[in-house]
Design a protein around this ligand. Structure first.
Ligand code: PLP
Length: 436
């Protein structure tokens, strides 16, 4: 028997229990402990600013924001009242939802990391070929000649759905050939939507790790093909991290302060880890010890909990402890976490919640009925964070151990809604009919 099967949290995962795993390796914020730096985020932010005129031109839905792909931060008082009525542990401070579910172009948090990496690759190619300088207006990249140049290149990616959508839609708009390798979890409508954009979709009767492996292999055989590697990509990670500074601005605009007396709690659904990891890294750089970041995973696919908790990171899969990796939360249906992200998160992350699939629909339906905001099941997982922190023994202990008891009334909770806008009407209806 493997040693890790003696660990109580592993046994709880094997019993498919909903747990809160607390990260005992978290430390006071210290950038020196990290292999990634604030300057990496600045670099990504500047790149996105250079691309803004091009994005605005290529994606009319970004016109209002002048080519900046960003989402709203919104108060949800009716959802707060609902949760406070239903659960004993009350939300005393503010409850705000971050609506990445409604991000332009891709309708999910993948519009941050995925599109950023496509743009970075585009800039690299154009610079290398002498077709662009950093000082020029990037609208130039939308010209016919440029499209022809990018059309000689291919972009490939492995995906459970949303990453494929973000990379497929953005790459096709720039002119690339695109191949998306989809795991068996991917929803049919996501494959259909991609094909309607001229993207080649390859389907596998296997999980996400297999789709990535096949994609990587196929891409490596073609010198003009670039593989976007969700399991290891620092570029994706930085694209996500840019969210934090923009969130800081939104909080200031709403008159919300984050400091020692006003702690911030953020809850982000986790698949392979890139999206929640990047956002967490960005937030810790800004708010340091005054922000408490938690991930949320399905009980059948708790890959980051398992990887970080055992310290084995990507050397362990949920299948090794007898779980299937199968969940309705398709965006989170990942059996093996990113080792890169898990290691960066070690000194930063507060903990990880797991939840059962039924709950996804409950939170999704409540948010829709109370606030008229539709999010997809994967995104609804975020709400388990708020409820779990305030109601579980481990959550209450975390609050005590971190000296937060007297600060909760002034705290701010942000469940990060990671996807939903592109879900077709017929499927929305089906999901909503399942909310218990
Ligand atoms: C991809 C995704 C996540 C998690 O992102 P990872 O980088 O895979 O951890 C969460 N929610 C939704 C809706 C997603 O599509």
């Amino acid at each position: 028997m493997k040693e890790y099967t003696n660990l109580p949290f592993v046994q709880a995962l094997q019993r498919e229990e909903e747990i809160l795993w607390i990260n005992e390796k978290k430390q006071g914020f210290n950038e020196e402990l990290l292999e990634v730096k604030a300057s990496d985020i600045e670099d990504a932010e500047e790149r996105l600013n250079r691309f803004a005129p091009f994005i605005q031109m290529s994606f009319p839905e970004t016109e209002e924001a002048f080519g900046i792909i960003e989402s709203k931060l919104q108060k949800i008082p009716k959802m707060k009242a609902y949760l406070n009525e239903k659960y004993d542990g009350k939300i005393e401070g503010e409850l705000l939802v971050k609506l990445d579910s409604h991000l332009p172009i891709a309708g999910s948090i993948k519009a941050r990391g995925g599109i950023y990496e496509v743009l970075k690759h585009t800039e690299d190619l154009a610079l290398e070929e002498g077709l662009l300088t950093l000082e020029e207006n990037y609208e130039k990249l939308a010209s016919k000649e440029m499209r022809k140049f990018f059309g000689q290149h291919t972009i490939q990616v492995g995906s459970t759905g949303n990453l494929g959508l973000s990379i497929g839609i953005s790459s096709a708009a720039i002119g690339y050939k695109v191949i998306v390798h989809m795991s068996s979890d991917a929803k049919q409508w996501k494959k259909d939507l991609l094909r309607s954009h001229g993207v080649t979709v390859k389907e596998y009767e296997d999980d996400y790790s297999k789709a990535v492996e096949e994609g990587r292999k196929e891409s490596n055989q073609d010198p003009k093909s670039y593989f976007i590697d969700d399991e290891n990509s620092k570029n994706l990670f930085m694209g996500y991290a840019v969210a934090a500074r923009r969130l800081e601005t939104q909080l200031i605009e709403m008159g919300q302060t984050i400091d020692e007396e006003h702690p911030l709690f953020v809850y982000i659904p986790c698949g392979v880890g890139g999206a929640p990891g990047g956002v967490t890294f960005g937030l810790k750089e800004i708010f340091q010890d005054n922000v408490h970041c938690f991930f949320v995973e399905p009980t059948q696919a708790p890959c980051m909990t398992l990887g970080m908790g055992t310290g084995l990171h990507n050397a362990i899969s949920v299948k090794d402890i007898g779980l299937t990796g199968i969940t309705d939360a398709d965006g989170l249906a990942v059996g093996r976490p990113s080792g890169f992200v898990g290691r960066v998160m070690e000194p930063l992350l507060s903990g990880i919640f797991t939840l059962k699939d039924d709950k996804l629909y409950q939170y999704m339906k409540a948010l829709y009925e109370r606030e008229k905001v539709f999010i997809e099941p994967s995104a609804a997982a975020a709400f388990e964070g708020v409820v779990g922190l305030l109601n579980s023994p481990e959550g209450k202990e975390y609050i005590r151990n971190n000296g937060l008891e007297n600060k909760m009334a002034k705290g701010i909770h942000i469940p990060w809604a990671t996807g939903g806008r592109l879900v077709p009407d017929s499927i929305r209806k089906e999901y909503l009919s399942r909310g218990l």
